[in-house]
Design a protein around this ligand. Structure first.
Ligand SMILES: *[C@@H]1O[C@H](CO)[C@@H](O)[C@H](O)[C@H]1NC(C)=O
Ligand SMILES: *[C@@H]1O[C@H](CO)[C@@H](O)[C@H](O)[C@H]1NC(C)=O
Ligand SMILES: *[C@@H]1O[C@H](CO)[C@@H](O)[C@H](O)[C@H]1NC(C)=O
Ligand SMILES: [Zn+2]
Length: 330
């Protein structure tokens, strides 16, 4: 079945506009991998605890198995309640020498609740992190085939640490990892000496609060509206060809009514185009003991995996020259 997918920056350009067949069977599901990956992440993992270290090591070893160049960005900082703690952002890269990158991101720490030491933070954000690794796994024949050694575009998977506030969410008590990494990348010169590494991120796709029933994703930023629209097109196409479960759609072709503070903020402030894939309204399980395995909605997760995998593949495969969505932000 043929459909047209438009990926464009609002103000300036119609970047990519072509017709192609969407056939998700080219890259089949690997739900066994998804489940195993989710099980490796979905445990209490408050920064500084043994559970956190286990998840950190699990993600690093998964990235290695998937053939990513893996680096960590580690730093210590004083935080409320816990005092001096060490944070570790994990960054996996394919085609590290490429001129530009598509970056996918989630946070792997879980929120600390004094009276709920067993809090596993399934949607926040074990599922989003598992989706990223499963995307890389299911696309691996492409990523290690045609995609390998491309010089125009690379793929970056970022697992932020310390997204959650230790006490009350504020500018200083939240998103520790992404604040540190954005500063670091903006101070890192590219290997050819011109431009900073953060300027090589064409778009940062941030996944958060995914896995509950009834997900709705709105478009938060005008300059990535075209990318959001593409996700919707892919969903409609897969739905029309009965490649999805159920009938309800998750990608709303509407702007969000507000800003949701999250790991993308420090990147946004550095002019990085953001596609914020967070469900609004927040699922009722959010920051409650019910954010656990029992309340995950598997048809939605499987649908999201298929749509997102197709999106990432199409973005990378159709990429020819630099996609500049920054202009609309200035
Ligand atoms: C993955 O886990 C879900 C929830 O437990 C289950 O329904 C599904 O059958 C599992 N899939 C595979 C392939 O193991
Ligand atoms: C915090 O802990 C780290 C790692 O243990 C240590 O290197 C650093 O000096 C400590 N910083 C402060 C301010 O205590
Ligand atoms: C150096 O790299 C940057 C970022 O990838 C790129 O924008 C720039 O065009 C490159 N410059 C040269 C001279 O190759
Ligand atoms: Zn949270």
């Amino acid at each position: 079945m043929l459909r047209t997918v438009f990926i464009f920056g609002l103000s300036v350009q119609l970047l990519i506009l072509s017709v192609f067949a969407l056939d998700v069977t080219q890259f089949p599901d690997d739900n066994e991998h998804f489940n195993r990956t989710l099980a490796g992440i979905m445990r209490p993992r408050v920064v500084g605890t043994a559970g956190h270290r286990k998840v950190e090591n699990f993600i690093k070893s998964e990235l290695k198995t998937l053939g990513f160049n893996t680096e960590v960005d580690q730093f210590s900082e004083r935080v409320p309640i816990f005092g001096n703690v060490t944070f570790t952002n994990i960054i996996g890269v394919l085609n590290p020498r490429a001129r530009d990158f598509l970056a996918l991101a989630c946070h792997y720490d879980s929120k600390y609740f004094q009276d709920d030491p067993g809090f596993v933070a399934a949607i926040d954000s074990a599922v989003p992190c598992a989706i990223m690794l499963n995307t890389a796994k299911t696309l691996s024949s492409y990523l290690h085939g045609n995609f390998k050694d491309r010089t125009d575009i690379g793929l970056m998977l970022i697992f932020f640490d310390g997204e959650e506030a230790f006490k009350d969410w504020s500018d200083t008590d939240s998103i520790y990892g992404s604040r540190h990494l954005a500063t670091k990348l903006s101070n890192t010169r590219s290997s050819n000496g011109s431009g900073s590494t953060i300027d090589r991120i064409e778009v940062l796709v941030l996944l958060d609060l995914i896995g509950a029933a009834n997900p709705k994703f709105y478009s938060f930023f005008p300059n990535t509206h075209g990318l959001h629209h593409s996700l919707s097109e892919i969903e409609l196409s897969l739905s029309a060809t009965r490649q999805l479960e159920g009938k309800s759609l998750m990608f709303m072709r509407r702007p969000s009514t507000g800003f949701v503070d999250d790991d993308h903020r420090p990147f946004l402030q550095q002019n990085v185009p953001i596609l914020h894939l967070i469900t609004t309204p927040f699922p009722p399980q959010w920051h409650t003991p019910n954010d656990n395995a029992e309340n995950l909605h598997w048809p939605s997760i499987r649908n999201f995996n298929k749509i997102f995998r197709t999106f990432v593949y199409e973005y990378l495969n159709r990429h020819k020259k630099q996609v500049n969505l920054r202009a609309a932000l200035r």
